[in-house]
Design a protein around this ligand. Structure first.
Ligand code: ATP
Ligand code: MG
Length: 412
C-alpha cells in the first residue's frame, strides 16, 4: 500500500479523543476515528490490525474444535425476559415498526442457547462448542477510554455445551490453555496473568486474563511466584494465592482482555434445554462461556507498547511488517524494493509522499510498524534498517534486510 493513497492520515490533533493514550495514539496515527463516545470507525490501518488479532483468535478457536457461526446483533426483548435479564442496565432498546421491542445484544447466551437447542437432542450430539466474532452493544456508563470500553465493540464469544460437569470442567481447562496460546501468539506472553475472579452459582471461581497497565480499571493481587492473580472483587474471602498459598500478594492495576466462565445450567434451565442421555433420561445441558475482547485488546496493546513518539506494534499484529520510506533520489530503488517485498508476500507500507525526512520519520514512529527501511540518494545499493523498538539504525544490503524481515515474519 502506498501511503500517499491511503485513507486516514497522521494528525497532530487528537482532541477528538484525548482521554486515553490508546484513543489518542490510534487517532493521531490514523487507525481509528471516533464517531460518538464509545463508537469508532476503523480506517484501513486500524482494520488491518483488528483483522490480525481476529485471525489469530479464530485460528485457535478452530483448532480447538469450535465451530464459527454469526448470530444477529439484534433480537426480541422476549428472549431476555425468558432469562430474566430484560432489565440489564447495559441493554440498548429499539422499537420495531410493528411495536415490537428489540434489543441490541450485549452478549449472546439468549440467542445461542435456543439456537443450539434446535439441533442438539441427545448425548450423541454432545459436546458442542460454537463461537462468533461480532460486534456487541452495551450502554456502558463510562465509555471514555478509547477502545478499552466501547458501547459498540468487537468480541469473540464462545459457548460450550456438555452432558455433565466433568465434561465441562475438562473443556474449561482446555480453553484456559487455548487462551494462553492466543495471548502468546499476540505477542503478550510475558504480560498475561491468569486471574481468579468470582464464579457465580455454578463454580467457586471464573478466570480472567488480565494485562498489567496503570490505566486498567481492575485491581488485581498478583502472586509473583505463580504468575497468577486474584481479582480484588473476591479478595475478601481469598487473600492467599490459590495455587501456592503465598500471602504476599502485590496489588496492581490491570485490563481484563478475556474471561472464561462456567454457566452451569443457568441458561439451559431458562430455555428448558434438555438432552436425552444414554439410558433415555432427559437431562439439563451444562454450559460454559468464553470471551475475548478483540477491540479492547487492540487498545490495550497500544497502552502497553508505546513510547513518547508513538505506537510499537508486536510483529504478530502490526498492520504491515515493513514501513518503507523513500527520500529524494531513492524513489526508483524504493519502488523496486516495494515490488520485491510484495512478491515475497511481505506486507509493506511505502511512504511515497513528497514530505521531509523529518515528517516521514515522525509518522513512521507514530504508526509503529516493526521494521523501517529508508532508501535515499545516499544509501546506494544498500538500505537503512531500523526496528521500531530499537534506538539505532544500520545500513545493510537489501538481501540482508529482507532476510532479517523474514525471520521476524516467520516467527508469527
Ligand atoms: P468488564 O468487566 O470489563 O466490564 P465483562 O466482565 O462485562 O467486562 P464479558 O461480558 O465477559 O466482560 O466480555 C468478554 C470480554 O469482552 C471482556 O473480557 C473484555 O475483554 C471485553 N469487553 C467487555 N466489555 C467491553 C467493552 N465495553 N468494550 C470493549 N471490550 C469489552
Ligand atoms: Mg469483568
Amino acid at each position: 500500500m502506498k501511503y500517499s493513497q491511503m485513507l486516514g492520515r497522521t494528525t497532530k490533533n487528537a482532541s477528538a479523543d484525548n482521554a486515553s493514550i490508546n484513543g489518542q495514539l490510534l487517532t493521531r496515527a490514523g487507525f481509528i476515528s471516533k464517531q460518538i463516545s464509545g463508537v469508532y470507525n476503523y480506517l484501513p490501518l486500524g482494520l488491518k490490525t483488528l483483522n490480525k488479532i481476529t485471525q489469530i483468535v479464530r485460528q485457535e478457536m478452530d483448532r480447538a474444535g469450535a465451530q464459527e457461526v454469526l448470530m444477529p446483533a439484534m433480537t426480541g426483548l422476549e428472549s431476555w425476559t425468558i432469562t430474566n435479564r430484560q432489565n440489564m442496565d447495559v441493554l440498548f432498546h429499539l422499537e420495531g415498526r410493528d411495536d415490537s421491542h428489540l434489543v441490541l445484544n450485549p452478549t449472546h447466551e439468549e440467542v445461542v442457547t435456543p439456537l443450539v437447542q434446535q439441533t442438539v437432542l441427545s448425548y450423541r450430539d454432545l459436546p458442542k462448542a460454537v463461537f462468533q466474532i461480532q460486534n456487541k452493544f452495551r450502554n456502558e456508563p463510562r465509555a471514555k477510554s478509547g477502545l478499552l470500553r466501547g458501547r459498540e465493540f468487537l468480541m469473540k464469544d464462545l459457548y460450550s455445551f456438555h452432558q455433565d460437569q466433568a465434561d465441562l470442567d475438562a473443556y474449561y481447562e482446555k480453553m484456559k490453555q487455548v487462551y494462553f496460546k492466543v495471548y502468546e501468539r499476540l505477542g503478550l506472553k510475558d504480560v498475561t496473568l491468569l486471574t481468579f475472579a468470582s464464579g457465580g452459582a455454578f463454580s467457586k471461581y471464573s478466570h480472567e486474563f488480565q494485562l498489567l497497565s496503570e490505566v486498567g480499571e481492575d485491581t488485581i493481587f498478583v502472586c509473583e511466584n505463580c504468575k497468577i492473580a486474584i481479582n480484588k472483587e473476591i479478595i475478601a474471602d481469598q487473600s492467599i494465592c490459590p495455587e501456592c498459598g503465598n500471602t504476599n500478594l502485590v496489588s496492581k492495576q490491570a485490563i481484563e482482555v478475556g474471561n472464561i466462565f462456567k454457566l452451569g445450567t443457568r441458561f439451559s434451565e431458562a430455555f428448558n434445554f434438555h438432552y436425552t442421555s444414554e439410558n433415555g433420561e432427559a437431562k439439563l445441558i451444562i454450559m460454559g462461556c468464553y470471551g475475548i475482547g478483540i477491540s479492547r485488546l487492540m487498545g490495550t496493546i497500544v497502552e502497553i507498547f508505546h513510547d513518547d513518539k508513538g505506537i510499537i506494534w508486536p510483529d504478530q499484529i502490526a498492520p504491515f511488517s515493513v514501513h518503507l520510506i523513500s527520500l529524494p533520489g531513492g524513489e526508483e530503488k524504493a519502488e523496486q524494493l516495494y515490488r520485491q517485498l510484495q512478491d515475497l508476500q511481505i506486507e509493506v507500507l511505502w511512504d511515497d509522499r513528497k514530505e521531509s525526512a523529518g515528517t516521514k520519520f515522525a509518522d513512521a514512529d507514530l504508526i509503529g510498524i516493526p521494521t523501517r527501511l529508508v532508501i535515499s540518494a545516499r544509501t546506494g545499493e544498500n538500505v537503512e534498517y531500523k526496528r521500531r523498538n530499537e534506538e539505532t539504525s544500520e545500513v545493510i544490503s537489501t538481501e540482508e534486510a529482507i532476510n532479517r524481515i523474514k525471520t521476524h515474519v516467520s516467527k508469527l
